[in-house]
Design a protein around this ligand. Structure first.
Ligand SMILES: Cc1cc2nc3c(=O)[nH]c(=O)nc-3n(C[C@H](O)[C@H](O)[C@H](O)COP(=O)(O)OP(=O)(O)OC[C@H]3O[C@@H](n4cnc5c(N)ncnc54)[C@H](O)[C@@H]3O)c2cc1C
Length: 476
């Protein structure tokens, strides 16, 4: 019998070692490809080294501070020094050292798991160049020089970097982007946060809890524009109650150093002073100089790489995943796009990306977690649904824990009663949203959710209660 011809292994080069890149590399290696990852800054990408993991590690400390702050009403009494007016404080140098150690350890774990499945790592900056075999190859430049990696296919997962405004350039000391915060050794006395999107809100919330005076400069009517309006309102109220200065409809024109502080000048001429300023005005894709035009990969006017739902770009054999595609800037979405790309490339079963079942969380105090269709889409008629909102203040466990703010909201499709979305605002909303995500993903009805046991007493009891309130299944 003639021997079965051995198919040559697919040579895949992944450019970028963040969640979009490393998750794809793992899947591709498991599916038999010959995989090389090219990365400039360290495995894990900005998700692990500068953005997601560091911010959530910092927030872990701020959560403890929030709990300590609210503990006296639960009967906790502290030693006499604190009773006489001294407050619990943080040593920011220690907190930031922990943040960096944890991030580097996480990066090391990723390196180990990639090496274990045979993925090669090449350190350097990659760019696409016309290849000798039809598709593009990857040219890598590093301190050691330049070399070309031949590729049968390429995955671009180069992420994004903080947006910089010419009139408010970070100096790394007093005017900072979020990647520079972890070099601070002392808590900012008065931190001005420019930008009230997710990143601005999370850091404003964290530094307020850590003990800084915080001014949040928001160019819009309310914080978190684009998120659930009820949730944003709860958060803004919580911010103000805890002493944050929230400046609405205030556009920062310039940020300058003055003495050993900063001055933020608003469009109406008002000057806001602080000891430090955090610029949180969004991100731009890291696609400049990537050779996209040279090989014909299409981009949007914002520089994001255009992809379809299985992560294909306009050039055969070239895929893209993560923040550089501009779909939804989340580590979980980047990783999923990367996995989908590899399954598609290597002929495995694949389900195209659906953003309707992505759950996401804003790690403020309280947290805000969402999944599926939104209130705005229900209100506009884009989604045919009804909603119910239950304040957590009526939940027995919340009362015991001293939780007074937050709610659970569920959306169900008119007629069928299928759960199509939800919002949870409260402590650990990031964990509480999962049952709603399961319901949305598996098209459970409100009755399915209502029939499931929840622990008594528990915050998740409010999710089942909200589902019960939507019975009988809403009719058209
Ligand atoms: C402050 C902050 C907090 C966040 N928190 C969360 C969170 O809690 N949960 C969540 O899901 N998401 C969070 N995100 C979003 C998340 O960090 C991103 O969605 C995620 O990092 C995207 O992954 P990626 O693989 O596309 O890119 P990245 O993680 O940015 O990785 C890209 C990698 O590619 C490298 N690279 C770039 N260009 C090249 C090149 N030419 N050659 C070689 N290498 C290159 C970069 O150095 C980097 O290592 C947060 C973002 C920010 C800013």
């Amino acid at each position: 019998m003639p021997a079965t011809p051995v198919r040559p292994r697919q040579r895949l080069v992944v450019v970028g070692g963040g969640p979009g890149g490393y998750e794809a590399a793992l899947v591709a290696a498991q599916l038999g490809a010959d995989v090389t990852v090219v990365d400039t800054d360290g495995l894990g990408g900005s998700a692990v080294l500068t953005d997601c993991v560091p911010s959530k590690t910092l927030i872990a400390t701020s959560e403890v501070m929030t709990q300590v702050d609210g503990s006296s009403e639960l009967g906790v009494r502290y030693p006499s020094a604190m009773a006489s007016g001294e407050h619990v404080g943080v040593d920011l140098g220690v907190v930031n050292a922990r943040v960096k150690t944890l991030a580097h350890a996480q990066s090391g774990d990723i390196r180990t798991s990639l090496a274990a499945v045979g993925v090669r790592l090449v350190e350097g900056r990659g760019r696409l160049v016309p290849g000798r075999h039809g598709g593009p190859d990857v040219e890598v430049t590093s301190a050691a020089g330049t070399r070309v990696l031949e590729a049968d296919s390429v995955l671009l997962a180069v992420g994004a970097t903080p947006r910089r405004l010419d009139t408010a350039l970070p100096d790394g000391e007093r005017i900072l982007d979020w990647r520079q915060l972890y070099d601070l050794r002392e808590l900012p006395r008065r931190l001005v946060v420019v930008g009230s999107g997710v990143t601005g809100a999370e850091f404003a919330s964290a530094y307020l809890a850590l003990g800084s005076e915080v001014v949040l400069v928001s160019s819009r009517d309310r914080v978190l524009p684009g998120e659930d309006a009820d949730a944003a309102e709860v958060l803004e109220e919580a911010f103000r109650r805890r002493g944050m200065h929230v400046l609405a409809r205030a556009r920062a024109e310039t940020v300058r150093r003055e003495g050993d502080g900063v001055v933020v000048t608003l469009a109406d001429g008002q000057r806001v002073t602080g000891s430090h300023c955090l610029m949180a005005v969004g991100s731009i894709p890291t696609t400049a100089g990537l050779g996209l035009d040279e090989v014909g990969v299409q981009t949007s006017p914002s520089g994001h790489i255009a992809v379809d739902r299985v992560s294909r770009t306009s050039v055969p054999g070239v895929y893209a995943a993560g923040d550089c595609t501009g779909l939804l800037a989340l580590a979980s979405v980047a990783a999923m796009q990367g996995r989908i790309a590899m399954r598609h490339l290597l002929g495995d079963a694949v389900r195209p990306l659906s953003l309707k079942t992505v759950s996401s969380n804003i790690f403020t105090s309280p947290e805000i977690a969402t999944v599926g269709w939104t209130q705005a889409q229900v209100d506009s008629g884009e989604a045919h649904g009804v909603s119910v909102m239950l304040p957590l203040a009526t939940n027995a466990r919340a009362k015991m824990q001293g939780v007074t703010e937050g709610f659970v909201k569920l959306f169900a499709r008119t007629g069928s009663g299928t759960v199509i979305g939800g919002v949870v605002v409260g402590p650990r909303a990031s964990e509480l949203i999962f049952p709603v995500t399961l319901a949305v993903e598996h098209r459970l009805s409100v009755d399915d959710v209502a029939r499931s046991f929840t622990v008594y007493p528990s915050l998740s009891g409010s999710i089942a209660e909200a589902a019960r309130r939507l019975h009988p299944s809403p009719l058209a």
